[in-house]
Each structure stands twice: as C-alpha cells, then as structure tokens.
Design a protein around this ligand. Structure first.
Ligand code: C2O
Ligand code: CU
Ligand code: CU
Length: 492
C-alpha cells in the first residue's frame, strides 16, 4: 500500500477532523428522484430534448443560473430497451452553440453527438439513435469543443439507462424510485452569495475545475431516502468535471454489479471504489441486514493553516462526506439475495488484436494555460494540452481504424491521474498503470484510469465514423479535453 492509498484508507479523515474547512455538511435533504422518461413503454412521435437555461436551488436557498434538458438543471432519466431506435429532437435553447453526445452508446459517428454535430442556437438536431447494446448505464452531455466543461458543469447532462430481456427478467431490484435509484454525483463551487460558481484560470486548466461541495441529483449532500426492507440498487454516475470520487459504504463493503458497459460476470465486493469523471457503476445495498447505511464519498481537500502543513507533509488529504443515507421502513421490498452470477463474460483475449496504438497524454505548461484561460471565450481548440504532442484539431484526423478490427490501445501520461475515454465502443481493460485492474473494472468499460505506467485496453469498433463525423478519444477531465487533450479517429 503506497502512502497515498494508506492515507486514504486510514488516517485521512482523522487528520482533517475539525479543520473547519468551508464545506461542512448541513442537514439531510430528501434525495431528488430524477424525473424518468420511460421510452420502453412506447415512443409517440419524436422524443423532445429541450436544452435551455434555468434557475435551480441546490438546497442553499439561492437560485443559481443553470442549464438543463427538459428541466431547470440536468436532463431527464431516459430508459430505453435494446432493439429500440430513439428518434430525438434535440432543441438548442441555451443561446450558444452546443452539441449532445451519447456517452457509452455503440452508435455510428454521425449520430454520436460529438463536436462535429453542432447545434446552432434556436435550431434542432434530429438523430435517430439505434440502441443495439446490452443493458447498461449511459449518459449524455454537451461536447461543444472548447465549452464542454462549462456547459456540462452548468447542467447539460443526463442519464440514459438501457435495459434488455436479461436485465428485465434478472432477479434484481428494479422498481424505480422505490428500490432502484440513479445518482448523479457532482462537485460544485458556490459564491458567497450562494450562487453556483464556475471560472477558468491556468490552475483550473491544469487540475480541472474542482468544487468543494458534493451534490447528488442536484441537491447538496448529504441527502436521505427511505427504502423498503430488502436489497436496494444504486446506479451511480460520476458527472464531476475533474474530481475522482473514492466511494465506500458506512457499513460493510460495496457490492458492485455493473460497470460502464453492463453487468459484471459476478458481483464484486470491495472496500472502496475509485470512480473517475465519466464512469458509471451499479451497486447493491442490503437493507435487510442494517436499518440504515450510507454511501460515503472520499473528497480530497485542500486544507488551510496548520492543516496545510499537515497535507503538505502527507501529500494530500481526504475528507469523508456522506452522499446518501438510506433508512429502511417496515415495508417489505425486494426479497431476493445478491445473485451469484450476472452475465456471460469471457476473459479478454489480447491475441485477437490486429494492431497496437500508443497514446501519451501531455499536460501544457502553466504559463501557456494561464494565457489560454485569460483569453477564454470563443477560443476553441487552441491547445495547451495534447495527445502524442498534438493538441486536438477539428480538421485533423489522428487515427484511422479498420471496422471490425480488435486493437490494443495503450495510454500513458507523465504526471497526474487522468480518466481516458473512447467513443463508439465498450472495451475491456487489460492493465491499469501497468497492473491488473481492480475486479470491479474487469467488465465492459469505456473509461480507463491512467497514471504512471501504461494502461491498456482491448477494443473493437463495429460502426462507421466517417471523416465528417469522426469519433473522439480524450481525457474526461473536461477542462483538459477543452484545452486540447483529445484526438479524432475514423472507423471504416
Ligand atoms: Cu463523455 Cu467524449 O465524452
Ligand atoms: Cu463518449
Ligand atoms: Cu487529463
């Protein structure tokens, strides 16, 4: 166990107890249950997604200027079934150019919603999105090059759940809002006035925008929810711009059943789960065993005064925040036990790879980034960050992939931890920082952590992404992505 892990695991919260850090948690608010649009029950005409400005109270009594999709803040929870085609009308009412990307979907490049599918203010983008993949938790968010970070932070994000025959008949809790909840985890910064804050500086570009307040489904944590006695399923999305979240339960281990691209082979029990921005995991909480249990989030903090000295000594510190407290009622809920097996998942076979591609993520230098931040506005893709020495350029294709080929992609970086994402696919992680990935990350993924040493994924691309609608690969620290840590590839 290295110093960092040790600190996180043991003394961190003790070190910070009583430091008076500014984001002390208030009382328990009710968990906002995201409004669901259930497309499984049939689609009438086109599905309207209305991107618009809104006013939203995160729970501090102040209305913040936000963006939302059919809502003041965030989008609806969409639920669809494998085999459906979703005819969306995505209307841009935010007063600025935007796009809407379907993160995690196995779809062709021209409906992917990446930076090339711009939606001008006042106009509507109407992709027909085929749902071919298995049950999985996906999401959608702005991918406007140069503005992804700000637009997503302000609220242009939502969750798309895919079910299939197997998931619908699986012996798992699935009554939405009763024993099955979707949690969008974010960190926010608030001004002294109580309004949500966002700003860019050289340092923000370097570290990514990190807030000091944990927010769950748009409400400042901790939030609470009562549930019937039985198993409860939580579908989690880390929708932070830049913050990795270390998740654990107040009582007992975490039982993980699914990752980005679908069910694991079998449930995995783990003391903690490190979730990068963009990642999704599903977990089960046994509310037969305990009367109350909480999802706890390890939040790295920057301390002040004496504790700044302590954190300097230890490198960093972590405060444990309660995200959600579940309290059981007398009602009988989902009665089953944690299943023994979940999906048919064979071990990845690297010998199937026809090609290996290597990517090194490059951080820009401080001065360059400070200059970029100062000029930020409509500066888009002018670089600072890069991959293989090249900052993202809209009119340059970086890689060309043969459709149907299996490949190994190796990603490395010279400094901090980055979350790497590839569009249009799910992959399997072969190694993470040169080691075997944790058991919960051994199923279908579209995000991989990259720190020191190579991270390798085994990936296959089955859909077309032509020159005019290439796929992206990028760091999912959104400020890094906006600043050029992104590349484009075609599949043909
Ligand atoms: Cu979630 Cu290219 O993004
Ligand atoms: Cu994506
Ligand atoms: Cu990065």
């Amino acid at each position: 166990m290295d110093r960092r892990t040790f600190l996180k695991a043991t003394c961190a919260s003790a070190v910070l107890a009583g430091t008076g850090v500014s984001w002390a948690q208030a009382g328990l608010r009710p968990l906002p249950v995201l409004p669901m649009t259930d497309l499984m029950s049939g689609i009438d005409g086109r599905i309207m997604l209305d991107m618009r400005p809104g006013l939203h109270d995160f729970g501090n009594g102040t209305k913040s200027a936000t963006l939302g999709i059919n809502n003041n803040y965030l989008g609806p929870l969409l639920r669809a079934k494998q085999g459906q085609t979703l005819p969306f009308d995505v209307k841009n009412g935010i007063g600025d150019t935007t796009t809407l990307h379907w993160h995690g979907l196995h779809i062709p490049g021209d409906v992917d919603g990446g930076p090339h599918q711009e939606i001008e203010p006042g106009s509507t983008w109407s992709p027909d999105v085929p749902i071919v993949q298995h049950a999985s938790m996906n999401w959608f968010h702005s991918h406007m090059h140069g503005k992804t970070a700000e637009q997503t932070y302000k609220g242009l994000a939502g969750v798309l759940l895919i079910e299939d025959d197997a998931s619908l008949s699986a012996d798992l809790p699935k009554t939405y809002g009763v024993d099955d909840f979707t949690l969008v985890l974010q960190d926010k910064m608030f001004k002294p006035s109580g309004e949500m804050d966002y700003f860019l500086t050289g340092e923000v570009f370097e570290e990514g925008f990190v807030g000091d307040t944990l927010v769950v489904n748009g409400a400042i944590a901790p939030v609470g929810q009562s549930v019937p006695t039985g198993l409860v399923r939580l579908r989690l999305l880390n929708a932070c711009n830049a913050r990795f979240l270390r998740l654990s339960m107040a009582s007992g281990p975490i039982t993980v059943i699914a990752s980005d691209g679908g069910f694991l082979k079998a449930p995995v029990e783990t003391e903690s789960l490190l979730m990068s921005p963009g990642e999704r995991y599903e977990i089960l909480v046994d509310m037969k065993a305990v009367e109350t249990n909480s999802l706890v989030v390890g939040f790295e903090v920057e301390a002040e005064g004496f504790f700044a000295f302590v954190t300097e000594f230890f490198g960093e510190s972590v405060q444990e925040l309660t995200a959600l407290t579940l309290t059981r009622t007398a009602d009988k809920g989902f009665d089953g036990a944690v299943p023994k097996t979940l999906a048919n998942l064979s071990a990845p076979d690297p010998s199937a790879a026809k090609k290996t591609r290597s990517f090194t993520l490059n951080m820009g230098n401080g001065e360059e980034l400070a200059a970029l931040a100062a000029n930020w506005g409509n500066v888009c893709g002018s670089g600072g960050m890069a991959i293989n020495g090249q900052p993202m350029k809209m009119d340059r294709i970086d890689e060309r992939v043969q459709k149907g080929d299996t490949e190994i992609w190796r990603i490395s970086v010279d400094d901090m931890l980055h979350p790497f994402h590839i569009h249009g696919c799910s992959f399997r992680i072969l190694s993470e920082h040169g080691a075997e990935p944790p058991a919960y990350a051994q199923g279908w993924k579209d995000m991989v952590h990259v720190e020191n040493g190579w991270s390798e994924v085994l990936v296959k691309f089955d859909y077309d992404a032509p020159e005019h609608a290439p796929y992206m690969y990028h760091c999912h620290i959104l400020e890094h992505e906006d600043c050029g840590m992104m590349g484009q590839f075609t599949v043909a």
